[in-house]
Design a protein around this ligand. Structure first.
Ligand SMILES: *[C@@H]1O[C@H](CO)[C@@H](O)[C@H](O)[C@H]1NC(C)=O
Ligand SMILES: *[C@@H]1O[C@H](CO)[C@@H](O)[C@H](O)[C@H]1NC(C)=O
Ligand SMILES: *[C@@H]1O[C@H](CO)[C@@H](O)[C@H](O)[C@H]1NC(C)=O
Ligand SMILES: *[C@@H]1O[C@H](CO)[C@@H](O)[C@H](O)[C@H]1NC(C)=O
Ligand SMILES: *[C@@H]1O[C@H](CO)[C@@H](O)[C@H](O)[C@H]1NC(C)=O
Ligand SMILES: *[C@@H]1O[C@H](CO)[C@@H](O)[C@H](O)[C@H]1NC(C)=O
Ligand SMILES: *[C@@H]1O[C@H](CO)[C@@H](O)[C@H](O)[C@H]1NC(C)=O
Ligand SMILES: *[C@@H]1O[C@H](CO)[C@@H](O)[C@H](O)[C@H]1NC(C)=O
Ligand SMILES: *[C@@H]1O[C@H](CO)[C@@H](O)[C@H](O)[C@H]1NC(C)=O
Ligand SMILES: *[C@@H]1O[C@H](CO)[C@@H](O)[C@H](O)[C@H]1NC(C)=O
Ligand SMILES: *[C@@H]1O[C@H](CO)[C@@H](O)[C@H](O)[C@H]1NC(C)=O
Length: 858
């Protein structure tokens, strides 16, 4: 028993305080950089080791660091001569992953030519973020690490391990040979031949409540808390995955200040460390951030006071940083978004949304991305203490896509100075004139300052803008049919068609100007329907998703009376449908009669996952059908029988699969382009390209098809025919009769045209059908012909054990030792007939009785 290395390590590190030396992010590119590691045990930031070339005679002591924790991420990229990370990080216990490389990776080991093993012997936890270990041709001992054990949040973290040295050509845990009789130290998981993977051993593993799972429980039978890495209870914990407060593990700092991304301390403790408690973000900091100034309060204590003073010139996203949290901007704001490719509108909304007052002026120019100033959603005063050209407090010039000024129902008082609006071709003059009442010191807006000729000339302005009524007529999980009300006959003359705008709106209300970036960059997707039919089907929607939509008419702009109509913003929710298969299936057998199966929820649940079904069957290897399939990896595992870690049967990879839409973007763009240059590219900024492609420029459409000519020519005929002959009029003495006749005729004609126009607008729903799944047959055993005849389907009953949708694991029991099993898992959505995913399958083997005995040290 004694020689079994089920190690547990409880290095009790002293709690708190800055006695442990902390340091910021480290970039190591050459040997000389390694002195930076010397004094550092806790890295508040990341560690990147890249393009390092170690000479073969390097003194390993020179590399050694005392680092025990990294708050953000660790990246090892293109290092040569580096054989193991053990020489650099012998004490690294925790990577928190608070900020991640490319917004997702907490541990990245990529393209290192000589790396043979990771050797992170002390590592106990990667609390957040993904793991990616790829393209290291010599790297062994990757599959021997129990990565699941290292994950702090296994439900949300992925790991991807590929293109390293094939495990078949690698040594195994405890020895060079797979034959266990030569191995005196048997371990399941290790970092190299000598070092078993450390894991905290709970006080009890046997007879714990079922729900404790692999975490085990304490002597009293209470489940161990995973947030304490080195102990079972969250009280008196020496190392917490998230934050620690007074020796206790907590998820977040509540009513306290965050120190070094790992501790929560009180105001007083922060002062004792000679640091400043900062109310913004509740952090304990050593100096005030950029837009805060240090002031001594009445007790002589240094405080950071938010100070937003000066002229802020916002050209790109980075310029927004000093404006964070400003409420009163003591000075002026200039917005000039020069880079039309940068998607900045949501950042403007977030940062400038808190501003209530600007004491100087507001100047917005050359910003083609802005469709409105609604991102200043709380602004109520522009004081005008400083003015542009001694005249203007609000200066809005040359904004090609600006259509709208302030948020609805908000007047911004301009205390002093006037306004200047020019070259905003889509901003209606009338909308600018509506600012008049908010000008406190200027009697009348003058033409020189606001010209009707240089504002709004590109769009339809005026009160003629009418509202359109739209409603959802039918919906399934991926498509919706929308119908607008009939247009009046006279409005049909200018009508070309409709545009349907829609975007995902998971919650809350949305305005037409939200997420609009001008220049055709737009979070709203748009379908253009150049037809006067009042129905339209929007397809390719995501199942079980709430969308916002509005409809707008497309009218001929050369017509002199332009009337454009918009609908209000309305919402629909697509229906649920069958989910995608569970995304990662893996398992292990630790008893000869049991297999523990784990999986992750489907990538596209398409509804609420109510149940999983787990089924298994004995897999007879010699069955003829089995030989058709490619079990080459399977056989490889057969030869290393006693390792029994046959979960490598499925690719050892839990990362995104190619079917994932954003997969290629992430792979190609983020990884290949950005990594070599170490340029930080936010995944979020590379936003869904397909969106842009879908938005068509409908100017062309407007210029293109003309309305049916007949409408124009016939519209004037009616009165003429009715009053065609004034000879009959003259001869008849009863004028009122004739007038009545005429009006009757006209009414008839009008009705006729109206009817015709209705027919043009409504061709029935046949062309716009939304298909629905067939209903369930009454007879559960209905024959195929019955099903066809009755247009129904039989609901299949999924096989296997049913597991609640909240649970992602299942223990198969009463199995036979040393046998292969085919195990499949399906995810099922509520309220959908046959709403279970295709099965995800794997083949796993139960361990033999001998191995079980061996592992139990018998
Ligand atoms: C390391 O810490 C010691 C004592 O805290 C200090 O004297 C020394 O200057 C530090 N060295 C570096 C490189 O920061
Ligand atoms: C087995 O492990 C023990 C304790 O860790 C160690 O002393 C011994 O040298 C190991 N034996 C071999 C053959 O590696
Ligand atoms: C925590 O440690 C203190 C002192 O070591 C002890 O008095 C207390 O009972 C411990 N609390 C728990 C929950 O273990
Ligand atoms: C705060 O007070 C200290 C000591 O009284 C002084 O040295 C420091 O300059 C003061 N700082 C500010 C910002 O007033
Ligand atoms: C604005 O800054 C000036 C100095 O530049 C200062 O005199 C004034 O009090 C400040 N106003 C506000 C409201 O903070
Ligand atoms: C959304 O709008 C509706 C009606 O205009 C209103 O009743 C509701 O409170 C709004 N919801 C939110 C979250 O703003
Ligand atoms: C497996 O297949 C072989 C050959 O077809 C057969 O003899 C054997 O009985 C099968 N075993 C099981 C468990 O089905
Ligand atoms: C089986 O897989 C191996 C390696 O993946 C491949 O080389 C071989 O061509 C495959 N055989 C068949 C029949 O698919
Ligand atoms: C018909 O009416 C028009 C004007 O109302 C008049 O000029 C014309 O002479 C009339 N024709 C006859 C035949 O009365
Ligand atoms: C004129 O028409 C009105 C209404 O149709 C009718 O009441 C009236 O009797 C008519 N007068 C003559 C003289 O036909
Ligand atoms: C929803 O209806 C559309 C239009 O008929 C159809 O193309 C689509 O396949 C349907 N979706 C599903 C999941 O049946």
């Amino acid at each position: 028993m004694g020689h079994i290395l089920w190690l547990l390590l409880l290095l009790l590190w002293p709690v708190a305080a800055r006695s442990e030396s902390t340091c910021g992010s480290l970039e190591l590119r050459q040997l000389a950089d390694f002195h930076k590691l010397r004094n550092c045990s806790i890295v508040v930031g990341h560690v990147r080791i890249a393009h390092l070339q170690l000479p073969s005679d390097v003194n390993l002591a020179q590399l050694r660091s005392e680092i025990t924790e990294i708050s953000d991420y660790l990246m090892i990229y293109r290092c040569s001569g580096l054989l193991t990370l053990e020489s650099i990080f012998p004490k690294l216990r925790l990577i928190r992953g608070r900020k991640q490389l490319f917004d997702q990776y907490a541990l990245t080991v990529y393209e290192n030519r000589n790396l043979r093993e990771l050797g992170l012997l002390a590592l106990l936890r990667i609390q957040d973020g993904y793991i990616r270990i790829e393209s290291n041709p010599m790297l062994c001992f990757v599959q021997t690490v129990d990565w699941i054990y290292l994950l702090g949040n296994p439900a949300t973290q992925h790991f991807s391990i590929k293109h390293n040295k094939s495990p078949n050509h690698c040594p195994v845990c405890g020895g060079l040979s797979a034959d266990y009789s030569y191995r005196s130290n048997f371990t399941r998981h290790c970092w190299n031949t000598k070092a078993a993977q450390l894991r905290f051993e709970p006080p009890r593993t046997k007879d714990c409540p079922e729900k404790c799972g692999r975490n085990g429980c304490d002597a009293a039978g209470k489940c161990c808390e995973p947030s304490c890495i080195t102990g079972c209870s969250i009280e008196n914990c020496s190392l917490c995955g998230n934050y620690q407060r007074n020796g206790r593990c907590v998820e977040q700092c509540i009513a306290s200040y965050e120190l070094d991304k790992r501790l929560c301390i009180s105001d007083r403790e922060c002062r004792q460390l000679k640091l400043i408690p900062l109310t913004r973000g509740y952090r304990c900091v050593d100096h005030c951030p950029d837009n805060h100034k240090p002031v001594n309060d009445t007790h002589g204590l240094l405080q950071c006071q938010l100070e937003c003073r000066g002229v802020f010139h916002v050209k790109r996203q980075a310029d927004l940083e000093p404006l964070q949290d400003c409420v009163t901007l003591n000075g002026s704001l200039i917005i000039e978004l020069v880079n039309i490719k940068e998607k900045i509108v949501s950042a403007l909304e977030q940062t400038l949304g808190s501003i209530k007052e600007i004491t100087g002026y507001l100047k917005v120019l050359h910003s083609a991305q802005l469709m409105s100033l609604t991102f200043l959603k709380n602004l109520d005063t522009i004081r005008g203490d400083q003015l542009i050209e001694n005249k203007y407090a609000l200066f809005v010039v040359n904004n090609y896509y600006m259509e709208h000024i302030w948020p609805a129902n908000r007047q911004v008082a301009i205390q002093r100075g006037g306004i200047c609006f020019h070259l905003n071709p889509r901003l209606c003059y009338e909308k600018i004139l509506k600012l008049q009442p908010s000008l406190k010191s200027v009697r009348k807006i003058s033409i020189a300052d606001v010209s009707p000729n240089s504002n709004g000339e590109r769009v339809i302005c005026g009160d003629a803008v009418r509202t359109l009524d739209a409603q959802v007529e039918d919906i399934n999980s991926t498509a919706v049919r929308i119908a607008v009300d009939f247009m009046k006959c006279e409005d049909m003359e200018t009508l070309i068609g409709y545009s349907y705008h829609y975007m995902e709106a998971p919650q809350g209300n949305i305005t037409m100007y939200d997420g609009r970036h001008g220049c055709g960059h737009d979070d709203w997707l748009m379908d253009v329907s150049p037809s006067r039919n009042r129905r339209h089907v929007i397809s390719n929607l995501k199942p079980y998703t709430r969308y916002a939509y509005f409809v707008k008419t497309l009218t001929r702009t050369d017509y002199h009376m332009q009337v454009d109509a918009y609908s209000k913003i309305l919402y629909f929710h697509t229906l649920a449908s069958k989910p995608s298969p569970v995304s990662r299936l893996h398992g292990s057998s630790e008893h000869s009669t049991q297999i523990m199966v784990y999986w992750w929820p489907p990538r596209r649940p398409n509804g609420v996952i109510s149940k999983y079904f787990v089924s298994f069957e004995l897999h007879n290897l010699t069955k003829p059908e089995a030989s058709n399939k490619n079990y080459s990896t399977f056989k490889a595992c057969n030869s290393c029988d006693l390792d029994c870690v046959c979960n490598d049967l499925v690719a050892y990879d839990s990362g995104p699969q190619p079917e994932d839409e954003s997969y290629y973007n992430k792979e190609q763009i983020t990884y290949e382009d950005a990594l070599p240059n170490l340029i930080y590219v936010s995944r979020k900024m590379k936003m869904k390209k397909e969106k842009f492609n879908k938005v068509k420029d409908f100017e062309d459409l407007i210029a293109g098809p003309k309305p049916v000519a007949a409408v124009e020519s016939t519209s004037t005929i009616a009165p003429e025919t009715a009053l065609a002959d004034n000879s009959s009029l003259a001869s008849a003495s009863n004028f009122s009769a004739i007038a009545e006749e005429a009006s009757k005729n006209y009414e008839l004609y009008r009705q006729f045209m109206e009817e015709r126009m209705r027919q043009v607008q409504d061709t029935g729903i046949a062309d716009f059908l939304i298909s629905h799944p067939l209903p369930k047959c009454n007879d559960a055993n209905a024959s195929v012909s019955y099903q066809l005849e009755q247009k129904c389907i039989i609901a299949e009953e999924p096989k296997g054990a049913s597991v609640p949708g909240t649970q992602n694991s299942y223990k198969l029991t009463n199995l036979q030792p040393d046998q292969y099993y085919r195990i499949s898992v399906r995810a099922c959505v509520d309220g959908v007939i046959n709403g279970c995913s295709n099965p995800a399958e794997m083949i796993l083997k139960t361990i033999s009785v001998q191995v079980e005995q061996f592992m139990n040290g018998q």
